[in-house]
Design a protein around this ligand. Structure first.
Ligand code: ZN
Length: 184
């Protein structure tokens, strides 16, 4: 069972892309697409919403651990103050071999569909602001954080919106999960 986690939450929706779409809205649509595409591969998945209050990341990690999932894919998009920042990246925990393999597989298939700069797999325990990424550090299953594109970049947003509209972004992430040689 794969957990597809919608980044951010209803009352705190994360970054906003150049089309005015929040991460929470974007990731809700994408999570449904990934879930549907995984069915084609015969892979069971569950879409997970973070509890809608502060401190929800710790609670979410506990929930995911309690569910006993085999892999965790949390969906986001990137944002930067510099509008030129561009590209696709996937985060994993530095000491998770299976997480790194999952991130590598998803990163490869996303880059093939989006054609944006390949920023690679980033092994890290914190985000750019130095905040602990509890989805990576507090969970038992191999976990990754997907940052498909920069919402702060208009070209990235247009490319990703096209790929989302055609369903190819969700399919690419599902393909990356299906190709993963992990302990699923
Ligand atoms: Zn985010």
């Amino acid at each position: 069972m794969i957990a597809v986690v919608i980044g951010h939450r209803l009352s705190s929706q994360g970054a906003v892309n150049t089309r005015g779409v929040t991460e929470h809205t974007w990731n809700s649509t994408l999570a449904a697409d990934v879930h549907a595409a995984l069915m084609v591969y015969g892979i069971e998945s569950v879409v997970v919403q973070r509890p809608n209050h502060r401190g929800g990341y710790s609670e979410q990690a506990q929930i995911l651990n309690g569910m006993g999932v085999d892999g965790i894919v949390e969906l986001h998009f990137n944002s930067a103050s510099a509008p030129a920042a561009t590209g696709t990246e996937t985060l994993c925990h530095p000491r998770s071999t299976h997480g790194h393999a999952l991130a590598t597989s998803i990163q490869r298939s996303m880059c093939a569909v989006l054609g944006l700069r390949d920023r690679g797999v980033k092994a890290t325990e914190t985000n750019g602001a130095g905040v602990e990424l509890k989805t990576l550090t507090r969970t038992h299953a191999p976990a990754v954080i997907v940052e498909s594109y920069f919402g702060s970049n208009a070209t990235d947003t247009e490319r990703a919106t096209l790929a989302m509209g055609s369903g190819s972004l969700g399919k690419a992430i599902a393909e990356g999960i299906a190709d993963w040689e992990g302990p699923r």
